[in-house]
Design a protein around this ligand. Structure first.
Ligand code: FES
Length: 67
């Protein structure tokens, strides 16, 4: 029996001076292919300073992300 592909729809919103908000129906997989998140809303780091990448931990304030 063929496995059905699940449809995913997500909205990516860049927050000024902060992370990228992802909302909708999505799955995030890590480099080991394990599912990291299936929440309806997550915040992804775009400053490179997070201690829990790929997720934001608020370090963008310390890093001084402006745009
Ligand atoms: S954007 Fe928040 S920690 Fe990087």
């Amino acid at each position: 029996m063929e496995k059905k592909e699940t449809k995913h729809d997500a909205l990516f919103k860049v927050i000024k001076g902060g992370p990228i908000q992802v909302s909708g129906n999505f799955v995030i997989r890590g480099v080991d292919k394990k599912i990291l998140k299936t929440d309806k809303v997550v915040y992804l780091c775009r400053c490179g300073g997070s201690g829990r990448k790929p997720f934001c931990d608020g370090s963008h304030r310390r890093v001084g992300l402006k745009d």
